[in-house]
Write a protein that binds this ligand. Sequence first.
Ligand SMILES: [Zn+2]
Length: 297
Amino acid sequence: MTAFPLPRDLRGYGETPPDVRWPGGARVAVSLVVNIEDGAERSVARGGVADDLGGHWMQHRALPGQRNLDLESAFEYGARSGIWRVLRTLRRHDAKATAFCCATALEANPAIAEALARDGHEIADHGLGWDAHSQLAPEVEADLMHRSRTIIEDLTGARPTTWYSRDGLTLHSRSAMIDEGFGYDSNSFDDDLPHPGADGLPLLVIPYAGDTNDSALLSQYPTADAFASFLCGALEMLQTEGRHGPSVLSVGLHPRIIGRPAYIGALDAFLDRAAEAEAWIATRQEIADAWQAVTAV
Ligand SMILES: [Zn+2]
């Protein structure tokens, strides 16, 4: 296993990030991330101690040791219906996303795996299940990472490009990612731009975002209009602020949330605006490749 220290970098690029442009001269790269995790959440049905109370709209109690069928169904909506609405919307805008896939979610509905590959979305690994890794021993985590990657590749025909943890990293996750051969890392919220791994770690970091994420629909933004305006405001700021250098705007999407009829309009409106603004809508692998080509990091 690769060993490395874990210093914190609070300086980053500072006031003067590399002054480069994305392909086509774009100032902002937009990364759409579709989380394929419905049915892979912690649940009694999957052998867990209780159902998952996070990341869905239903206010409910966990019932230890007892299946909670209506709670399960709130997640099932994403796999049964929401994903197809999201994919239709992406196709209409000719937008390629990065799919963070849980292996058990694809196993439960292989048609999703086929559709993601057919539509040309980037396939990434979001774990075997949508589970916490924070307490795992290094060898257990590395084994899970390898197993999920293998299953996802079998189902999609594409080798997952990266791995994204549900609940952040252990001190060993990045070593395991390097050993597994993943090429970049999104397990960070620390910047507007890709940057080298800490202390020369050979794993480019493309930070993700928790605010420009449809989970905000469950808390801060109860309507599609409010969420669309939030996303468009972020894009507008990155396009027009007097900032040196380009930016990446990550947008997190969950079929059980954005795939509901009341919410999908937010994605539609945002993609219209992104096209008007001539933002570069790209997969995270494309962003990694473009960044490394122009900055040599
Ligand atoms: Zn997720």
